[in-house]
Every structure is written in structure tokens, then in C-alpha cells.
Design a protein around this ligand. Structure first.
Ligand code: GLC
Length: 569
């Protein structure tokens, strides 16, 4: 195993025989036994003595939202399963016994997107759209983030092989030396995408990966490594096969990713500083800084890594660093990224230019920078994590992915999770409209669009990443709904998607304030739109699948106190 591990970082993956790694077939655990997840963070916290209690004081504080604790707590049980389903109206269970005609069609389309490498399925292509003249790289590339819903669909359907192959092969790609011009990227970096090409001389398949050096804007995907860890945990959880995650190769891969994002620098915040375009929104959209999408994925990956790392010499040290960071990160995001009516009112009345540790307005946010739209948008019931927080800058836009992942990872407290779902319900027209789910809200336009996007013609208002609607997000919304016990929202969203998705040819995205129009440059037969729908359906049918992608709240990470308490720190 040691040998394999060192080979992984040195050898050219093209020459590395995948089948050798694959001859160990995963052990499928039909009963979905409790696995790594039994290790509670509470017990891990004692490792370093990092007191989560220290994280429970100070900050702007959580102003509180709607309290709907019962649904959360009665629905979700440790170990990934759902305890009871008693509150569910009959209609939802009916949905599960009558497979929708779209499901079969979606499976056929998903299978058509499978990519083989030397005879083994390795991933799914971003889009199988033969109608478009110019398909850029969508027809060849396997994007790491796009593969996530595919991976979940295959796992939920009891087909883990392609997921295992994907995990192993991307791990080998991580071992490549990565350069952009003369600059060498960090060891842990995972590719945004890769493609399988036939080597004309040798007649065998070879891989070409992109770590950002070919991407538009040359941005490295910060999310890829996090998604890789999250898929590995989903694989482990669903198959019960821990041997893969326990291989020295995987352990090393996890450590490298963690090392890269836990590296010490000049940071004063536990959040991860990122360039624009480093995540699903992979071009300039003003998400640089500390985007909620990355912070939520970072948090989830930290927690998943902690569950999978072995406490050997190298692993133990890493686990201690993770525990310390988790505590600081959850405190920071829960306190400073959170807005609801009360919190908004507090920020509105903030004093500025406060110096020293007694400052309430710690980042010196000018109340004048609160955008007008927010005062009307903010319901009395509900709240959410804002897009970004840094000195004198709060990006108040709503981002769906970050908020849903925050719920799934339990970065959001149960109260915050309920409040996020309240907001979705209260602002349905804005956040869902006629097709789920808007990537962010609201769109930026005019002069702001010019300066923020650099006049990007693809990101005009209510299109693409700028307030466009992405059906792939349906699976994340559904998962968040199940976790918070808000099945009505999930069913309503799925019904909307079902009415149009297949008829429209599974578009990549929709445009318009209500998401009524097929996106201007949207690909058809976009794989993650297809897989996202399937995952949403399968989770609703069997909510125990949620355990693959959800982590229960760790009681050791206490919710923050109200603002008044911060003075005593
Ligand atoms: C677009 C999306 C990106 C996705 C890629 C492939 O660039 O912004 O998130 O991975 O398409 O579908």
C-alpha cells in the first residue's frame, strides 16, 4: 500500500493500471451500517482540547429565527437514517410508489453520458448535446463538481463502481505536477475537469486534466478537492466499504487537500480566501473573497475528512488541526454571515469606525452599503447566510448552493436551517419562480454589472450565473428540505421541474426573473440537470439516502449567543 501511495504522486496516471486498483471489489453493505460517522465530533474535540465552548461567545450573534426544531430533530437520526415519517401526508408516499415516466428517460440519458477509460466507466460527461453547433468542451469533459449528482445517483441505485473508479483516478491526477505558466500549484489541488483521449500512437486511452490552466480566466477550482472528499464519504456511507478511504493513497489524498486549505498565512479569519470563479460560478461574478459556497463546502469537507482520517501519526496531527478550524469556522460563519430581520435591523443601526475588541461592528460595515432591495426582500420570518463577508464588505446576495450545503453539513444551526427554509417559502417567486432553483438573488445590472462582471455578456441580468436558474440545484434543495422536514417545498419544486425539464431537453440553466426561458446559451442534455432530478426523486422516495450527503449537528459546536454577550469575551 505504501508503494501504491508513493506511485500515486509520481507516476504518470496514464501508465498506471487502474484495473490493478480496481480488482478489489467494494463490499456492499446492504444494511447501511453505521460507519465512520459514529465518530462524533464531540469526541474528536477532546483530541486537541480545542474547546468548542470558546466559539460560543462573542460575535454579532444570532438574532434568532423561526423555531421549528421538532421537525428537524424528529426527522433526522444519527447514522444517516430517518427515524419516523409520521408527519408526512399520504400524497408524498404515493409519489414514491408511482415512478414518474421521466425517471426512466433520465436514467437512459444519464447512462449515455458515461465515459469509459480503458474499458471501465470513469465519470459522466458534462453534456451530451448534439444539437448545439459549438459545444466548447462540454462534450468531452468530466467535471468534478458536475459528477457529484451523478455519483449520488449511481450510489443510490446500488452501482458504486463508477464512483470508485472516479475517486481513484482523480486521486492519481492530484499527484500530477500542476503548472500555470511558470507557477506551480499546491500539491493537493484537484482538477476542475478531465477528458479521456485516445493516444493515436499507443492506441490506448489517456487522460488530460485541467487544473485551471485551460479554464476561462485561469482559475483553479477550490471546490474540486472538497467535493472529492464529500463523494468519498458518500461512497463509504452508502456501501459500508471503508477499505477504500482507509488506503494509504486515499488517506494521503485527504491530507494533501486539507494541508492546502489549512495552510497558515496572514489570515485573520478562519474562512478561506478565494479568487472569483473558483467554484460552480466559474467566472467573474463578484464572489471573490470569502464566498459562502466555498465556506460551506470547506466546512463539510473538514467534517467528512475528520470522519475518514485514520488517527495514525500523520492523521492525528491533521485531525487536531481540523477540529480547531471547525470550531472557529462554524463560529465565524454562524455569527457574521447570518442575516434575518433582527440582524438586518442591527446592521442598519451599526456605528462605524469602532476600534478595539469591544467593537460590535467588527468589520466596519457601513449601513449605507446595505442594498435597497434587501429591506423589502427580508421577511419577518426567515433568514440566510449572505454571499460574502470581509472588511467593510457584506455581499448580501442569496446563494442557493452555499445555503443548502450549510444545512446539509450542519454548519447552519437547526434554527438557522429552519429559517433558511422559511425564507425559501416566503420568497418563493424570487428564489424558485417557475423553475427551481435560482443560483443567486438578485441579479446585478447596469453599472454594477459592468464593474462586477467585467461586462460579461454571458452573465447579463437574470441569466447564467447572474440570477439564472439551475435545475441541478434541485437535488440540494430537496436534500435540505428532507433534513429540515419541509417535504412540501421539495415536492412543489420537483413538480415544477417535472413539468418542463424533459420537454425542454434537460437544459443547463434557465433565464429570466421567474426562470421561464431556456437559457440563452444553455446546453441541452446537461448531465447534472438530469442526475440532479434523479437524486431528488430517489431521496424523496427513500429519505434514508440523505445520510450519504448530510451530517448531523454536532452538539459540541454550540450556537452562538446574542450580541450582547459578545462584550464579555
Ligand atoms: C459551467 C458552470 C460550471 C460547470 C461547467 C460544466 O462552466 O459554471 O459550474 O462545472 O459549466 O457543466
Amino acid at each position: 500500500m505504501r508503494k501504491a501511495s508513493s506511485q500515486a504522486s509520481l507516476a504518470d496516471p496514464e501508465d498506471f493500471d487502474l484495473t490493478r486498483l480496481l480488482n478489489h471489489k467494494p463490499r456492499i453493505n446492504v444494511e447501511r451500517q453505521r460507519s465512520f460517522d459514529d465518530r462524533s465530533l464531540t469526541s474528536e474535540l477532546s483530541l486537541s482540547g480545542a474547546g468548542a465552548g470558546t466559539a460560543s461567545r462573542g460575535g454579532w450573534g444570532y438574532g434568532g429565527g423561526a423555531m421549528e426544531r421538532e421537525s428537524y430533530e424528529s426527522m433526522y437520526s444519527p447514522g444517516g437514517g430517518l427515524r419516523s415519517y409520521c408527519g408526512t401526508p399520504a400524497s408524498s408516499t404515493r409519489l414514491s410508489f408511482e415512478p414518474h415516466p421521466l425517471v426512466g428517460e433520465a436514467w437512459d440519458a444519464l447512462r449515455r453520458s458515461l465515459v469509459n477509460f480503458r474499458g471501465q466507466p470513469l465519470g459522466t460527461i458534462a453534456a451530451v448535446d448534439h444539437s448545439a453547433g459549438e459545444v466548447l468542451n462540454y462534450d468531452q469533459q468530466v467535471f468534478v463538481r458536475d459528477f457529484v449528482p451523478s455519483a449520488l445517483a449511481f450510489l443510490m441505485n446500488g452501482e458504486p463502481e463508477v464512483v470508485r473508479n472516479f475517486l481513484l483516478k482523480t486521486l492519481l491526477l492530484q499527484g500530477w505536477e500542476k503548472r500555470i505558466d511558470r507557477f506551480k500549484l499546491g500539491e493537493g489541488a484537484m482538477p476542475a475537469s478531465f477528458k479521456v483521449l485516445k493516444d493515436p500512437k499507443r492506441g490506448v486511452d489517456k487522460l488530460v486534466a485541467d487544473f485551471g490552466e485551460s479554464a476561462i480566466g485561469r482559475v483553479a477550482p477550490v471546490d474540486s478537492g472538497f467535493w472529492w472528499i464529500i463523494i468519498l464519504r458518500a461512497y463509504t456511507k452508502s456501501t459500508g466499504d471503508m477499505t477504500l478511504a482507509e488506503t494509504p493513497m486515499c488517506q494521503k489524498g485527504i491530507r494533501l487537500i486539507m494541508n492546502q486549505c489549512l495552510a497558515e498565512g496572514f489570515d485573520t479569519f478562519p474562512t478561506l480566501l478565494c479568487a472569483d470563479g473558483c467554484c460552480m460560478i466559474d467566472r467573474r461574478m463578484g464572489v471573490y473573497g470569502y464566498p459562502i459556497e466555498i465556506q460551506a463546502l470547506f466546512f463539510m469537507a473538514l467534517r467528512c475528512a475528520l470522519l475518514m482520517l485514520k488517527p495514525d501519526a500523520e492523521g492525528k496531527e491533521m485531525m487536531e488541526r481540523i477540529v480547531t478550524r471547525l470550531s472557529a469556522l462554524s463560529y465565524h460563519v454562524r455569527s457574521y454571515f447570518w442575516v434575518d430581520f433582527q440582524q438586518l435591523n442591527d446592521i442598519y443601526r451599526f456605528k462605524t469606525e469602532e476600534y478595539s475588541h469591544t467593537a460590535v461592528n467588527k468589520f466596519n460595515v457601513n449601513p449605507e452599503s446595505i442594498p435597497d432591495w434587501l429591506f423589502d426582500f427580508m421577511p419577518s420570518r426567515g433568514g440566510y447566510f449572505v454571499g460574502n463577508v470581509s472588511p467593510a464588505r457584506m455581499d448580501f446576495r442569496w446563494f442557493a448552493l452555499g445555503n443548502c450545503v450549510a444545512i446539509l453539513a450542519s454548519l447552519a444551526t437547526p434554527d438557522q436551517a429552519s429559517a433558511i427554509m422559511d425564507l425559501v417559502e416566503e420568497r418563493w417567486e424570487d428564489l424558485i419562480g417557475e423553475m427551481p432553483v435560482k443560483i443567486c438573488y438578485p441579479a446585478i445590472e447596469g453599472h454594477e454589472w459592468q464593474t462586477v462582471t467585467g461586462c460579461d455578456p454571458k452573465n447579463t441580468r437574470w441569466s447564467y450565473h447572474n440570477g439564472g436558474t439551475w435545475p441541478v440545484l434541485l437535488w440540494l434543495l430537496t436534500a435540505a428540505c428532507i433534513k429540515t422536514g419541509r417535504l412540501k417545498i421539495a415536492r412543489r419544486a420537483i413538480e415544477l421541474a417535472e413539468a418542463r425539464l424533459a420537454r425542454d431537453g434537460w437544459p443547463e440553466y434557465y433565464d429570466g426573473k421567474l426562470g421561464r426561458y431556456i437559457g440563452k446559451q444553455a446546453r441541452k442534455f446537461q448531465t447534472w440537470s438530469i442526475a440532479g432530478y434523479l437524486v431528488a426523486k430517489m431521496m424523496l422516495e427513500d429519505p434514508s439516502h440523505l445520510g450519504m450527503i448530510s451530517l448531523e449537528e454536532d452538539k459540541a459546536m454550540k450556537p452562538v449567543l446574542r450580541r450582547s454577550a459578545s462584550w464579555t469575551v
